[in-house]
Write a protein that binds this ligand. Structure first.
Ligand code: MRU
Length: 381
């Protein structure tokens, strides 16, 4: 497996793939899709200079693609994880495994995939949902290993459809909060590439644009992996949304100069009290927003809310290789072997967040109450 790092595969013709594989926002493939009995991923490391797809047919490949950020963004890695469980179950079935063996393989895949990246709770949320479905199906009279495996695939598709519905609902709630002609500040990539389609915070921006609100977006470049420069700029330009790319350090000055009306960002995990883990730099951006009286909204599906973690202190923060900071797209920009500290996420305290927009509506402080209600409402829906 050491050789697998998401090698490019031939791109299927757009008219040969199911509707579920096409993104309405980017007018190309979805970042995660199932076609021809295989899981396909857009290789997000290559964008915007190259557009490549890769495919996975083992659980280890899916885990590696998540870890290497071939696929990234909390909901997108959740979807990849869900298909990873299907791949594990299908392997057990093709090896002649019975019902128990297929369920055991799905559960083993969950453990392997959850370890790929620790901060985004959507990954464990998605794999837990799939593992629970496998268990429940196995308890049905007359269930076969074959039927269970194909039902799991249908459930992974359903998880993707749910993500799209969720994003559309959040986008509408969020757009209601954005004034006409607003200058919006956005961090990282939370769009169609980070989800299954449309996105979370970027979904709100797409919706404002579709409603003709005449918004303009300041796009943080988002060092070290440059998700803003590489991915958000690519998405917004394809959609014709007016924008300017800015260096991360420029956003504070823009807020002080009155050139930002609203800050929107996504999240990888929201603690029960509203403390929010998101891409490194979100906290700094929210400090400047608070200092300058700019409202800051997190846009998150309820699957990103983790009520088992009381505060941000309990959110595991991924640390990634120092090479991500020492180099930009493989080119060295710091002294060789320069010591680096590279946390991929930071936690913004709840008190700095104006509201948390979910598919069930907008949560306001006290978040301990409003987030619980939103989560319960989503579970009942
Ligand atoms: O390291 P990444 O690129 O996976 O980080 C992504 C983010 O931090 C996003 O803001 C977050 O996942 C929310 S995206 C809908």
């Amino acid at each position: 497996l050491a050789t697998f790092a998401g090698e490019p595969v031939a791109k299927p013709a757009m008219d040969a793939i199911p509707e579920r594989a096409r993104s309405l926002a980017t007018k190309t493939y979805r970042p995660v899709f199932w076609h021809d009995d295989m899981l396909f991923l857009i290789d997000q490391r290559a964008l915007p200079t190259d557009f490549e797809l890769t495919s996975c047919n083992t659980v280890a490949m899916v885990g590696e693609c998540i870890n290497l950020m071939v696929v990234r963004g909390a909901p997108a890695i959740g979807a990849a994880g869900a298909y990873g469980l299907v791949i594990g179950a299908r392997k057990a079935l093709s090896d002649g495994g019975d019902l128990a063996a297929v369920v055991a393989a799905a559960k083993a895949a969950k453990v392997e995939l959850d370890a790929a990246r620790p901060t985004a709770v959507n990954l464990e949320w998605a794999t837990a949902r799939m593992a629970a479905i496998a268990e429940a199906l196995a308890g049905i009279d007359g269930m076969t290993a074959d039927r269970l495996t194909s039902t799991l695939l249908t459930e992974a598709h359903e998880l993707c459809d749910l993500d799209v519905r969720t994003n559309m609902a959040m986008s509408r709630f969020g757009a209601d909060l954005v004034p006409e002609g607003a200058n919006m500040l956005h961090h990282c990539n939370t769009g169609a590439l980070a989800t299954i389609d449309f996105g979370t915070a970027l979904g709100v921006i797409y919706e404002c644009h579709a409603q003709g609100k005449g918004v303009h977006v300041w796009v943080d470049e988002t060092r070290p992996r440059l998700q803003g420069a590489r991915l958000t700029a690519w998405e917004l330009m394809r959609a014709g949304v007016p924008m300017h790319l800015i260096a991360d350090g420029a956003s504070g000055g823009l807020m002080r100069a009155g050139k930002v009306d609203v800050v929107v960002f996504g999240a990888d995990r929201v603690a029960a009290n509203g403390d929010t883990a998101n891409k490194i730099g979100t906290y700094t951006m929210c400090c400047a927003a608070r200092e300058n009286g700019v409202p800051a909204y997190a846009v998150v599906p309820t699957s990103t809310i983790d009520l088992t973690v009381p505060t941000g202190e309990g959110i595991p923060i991924e640390e990634r290789s120092g090479d991500e900071v020492r180099c930009i797209k493989g080119a060295q920009v710091a002294p060789e072997d320069c010591p680096v500290f590279n946390p991929a996420f930071d936690v913004t305290p709840a008190k700095m967040i104006t509201g948390i927009i979910t598919e069930m509506g907008v949560c306001y402080p006290p978040f301990a109450v409003s987030l619980r209600k939103a989560k319960e409402a989503a579970e009942e829906a």
